[in-house]
Design a protein around this ligand. Sequence first.
Ligand SMILES: CC(C)(COP(=O)(O)OP(=O)(O)OC[C@H]1O[C@@H](n2cnc3c(N)ncnc32)[C@H](O)[C@@H]1O)[C@@H](O)C(=O)NCCC(=O)NCCS
Ligand SMILES: Nc1ncnc2c1ncn2[C@@H]1O[C@H](COP(=O)(O)OP(=O)(O)OP(=O)(O)O)[C@@H](O)[C@H]1O
Length: 286
Amino acid sequence: MKLLPQIQVEGGAEWLARTATQCLIDEARLSPKPGLVDSRGNGAHHDLSLALMERSAHSLTSTFQALAQQSWQRPADIALRQTIGRLGREGEQQMMAATSGVNTHRGAIWALGLLVSAVAMHGGTGGAQQIAATAAELAKLPDNAAPKVFSKGLRATHRYRVPGAREEAQQAFPHVMQRALPQLRLSRLNGSSETHARLDALMAIMTSLTDTCVLSRAGLEGLDAMQDGARAVLNAGGSAHPAGQAALAELDSQMLALNASPGGAADLLAATLFLDRVEITSNRLI
Ligand SMILES: CC(C)(COP(=O)(O)OP(=O)(O)OC[C@H]1O[C@@H](n2cnc3c(N)ncnc32)[C@H](O)[C@@H]1O)[C@@H](O)C(=O)NCCC(=O)NCCS
Ligand SMILES: Nc1ncnc2c1ncn2[C@@H]1O[C@H](COP(=O)(O)OP(=O)(O)OP(=O)(O)O)[C@@H](O)[C@H]1O
């Protein structure tokens, strides 16, 4: 049966939005994550909890759906960039209203928002590489309506001269495409459980991300601890192995002691889970 285009758009946008929200929830629940909110507790955060993260994730479904609808089969141009910039900022306000002003998902709205738009631009399906490349095209376009705010993330990228959330997207998500997605699939192939495969994917991101959340709270000492600790987990055989689990517990203690939390890495894990699902579903449809 040939679907009417509008029905296809509505159904596709709804699926993408539900999937993006589910990836945020899966990321938040995944345990044990070093320093981050997970099923065990609040990590290094005093103002976050799992219930709050889940409420925030649900509040974003309508934003993701609007992003997908507005981006459906459109080219990457300034008009679309301005539309998604506006929708992304409205999404941030919706998140803030749902959490009484706590930043639960700003970085995640950015990464997943761009990826949701990119899939929609390709008509609701596509390979991870193609989608990430399209998201990068969008991220590179100027959004003249964006307010000039000197955020924590921006300050950290200037102070330490490192790439942050913007650059990760503009470079087509190298930590997702070259590290997390290959690691997720390798760990699955090696027989790891889904939980262990996801934890390994998070470690793969943390080995080299310049996470501005960590830099803002714990400086270079925190960043080095994160990168070295994540490498130790993978070198010990990953989170499925007893030695890897011990290294992961050690990393968790270190992050808590330093008050550090790799929020950017968590966002990119959610982005990884999203691209994995979109690609698997697209392959089934072919
Ligand atoms: C680009 C964003 C994330 C702002 O980035 P900036 O570094 O200035 O700010 P801020 O400190 O508020 O947030 C950064 C967040 O990104 C995540 N992050 C940190 N480091 C990294 C990194 N190296 N790579 C990826 N993400 C990271 C963390 O969650 C962090 O909290 C975003 O809020 C924004 O400007 N959005 C505008 C709306 C828009 O255009 N949206 C379009 C798509 S929906
Ligand atoms: N499971 C998680 N636990 C904690 N943070 C997460 C998690 N998943 C994603 N994040 C990301 O981490 C960021 C929150 O970091 P942080 O609490 O440092 O924010 P902030 O409001 O900028 O700083 P602060 O709380 O130090 O004032 C969000 O942008 C969010 O996208």
